[in-house]
Design a protein around this ligand. Structure first.
Ligand code: ATP
Length: 239
């Protein structure tokens, strides 16, 4: 149905051995929205994105674009447009920028569109354009983050999941990433953004969830989060 969320996570539980990392976590992402997930170290943000992408098994239900994700594997989820840009970036270190970007389009067979998307990525991140032939491992942290996002975009996402895209980056580079996210929003891309940097998440997200110890402590709009005393005291202004 047109009104159904693009992504719907309902009451999921995730365990590492006997330790529960996520408990009764629910959230939804509508088409065209940016939804933020904030929380401290170890809150479960990466675990949540790992479960959605199919890397980590879970109890409960996750539906993406009408498909029950427990019924398909991660590869099929990628083909359906669920694209995950991990915190570790997972670039191919000895491949060039250009080759890494092409790897992002491996699951696609629409060659002309791939060519167009490549040029759009280079336009979005001119630093990548200048470094097409440079090996990924020789790039700065910020350039590698741009490449990781660019490669994810080459998968033609319906939903782009970004895990900690600002981690360890200088403020000037964070600004570049910010600008790119706003451009992607203007183009209508749907994004699920996990961030320890609450200020960054609040700048971009329409709605947010606060995760603490594997549980959702608070959900609401960006303005509700900004006005919330607990969020302000514990999470805003520390980056
Ligand atoms: P960070 O911001 O530091 O990346 P996070 O919010 O993404 O933290 P997770 O990485 O999802 O948190 O971790 C949630 C909990 O699960 C933590 O207690 C962590 O130690 C635990 N955990 C994560 N991965 C594993 C694993 N492979 N084996 C065992 N425990 C794990």
């Amino acid at each position: 149905m047109a009104d159904d969320p693009l992504l719907s996570v309902e009451a999921i539980e995730v365990f590492y051995g006997k330790t529960e990392a996520l408990s009764d976590v629910s959230l939804s992402v509508d088409e065209g929205e940016i939804v933020g997930v904030i929380g401290p170290n170890g809150a479960g943000k990466t675990t949540l994105l790992d479960a959605i992408s199919g890397f980590k098994s879970f109890e409960g239900s996750i539906t993406f674009d009408g498909t029950d994700l427990s019924k398909i594997g991660p590869e099929q989820a990628v083909r359906e447009g669920l694209i995950y840009c991990t915190e570790k970036r997972d670039l191919f270190p000895y491949f060039s920028v250009h080759e890494n970007l092409l790897m992002g389009a491996q699951a696609r067979d629409d060659r002309d569109a791939v060519r167009d998307d490549l040029e759009e990525v280079y336009e979005l991140f001119p630093r990548l354009d200048e470094r097409r032939e440079q090996e990924a491992e020789t790039m700065s942290g910020g350039e590698q983050q741009m490449l990781a996002i660019g490669r994810a975009l080459m998968g033609d996402p319906k939903l782009l999941m970004l895990d900690e895209p600002t981690l360890g980056l200088a403020p000037v580079i964070v600004d570049d990433i910010s600008e790119a996210i706003e451009r992607l929003r203007d183009e209508g891309l749907t994004i699920l953004l996990a961030e320890q940097n609450s200020t960054f998440a609040l700048r971009h997200a329409d709605r947010l969830s606060l995760l603490e110890n594997g549980e959702v402590e608070l959900q609401g709009s960006a303005s509700e989060f900004r006005d919330n005393e607990y969020v302000r005291d514990a999470y805003i202004g520390i980056h």
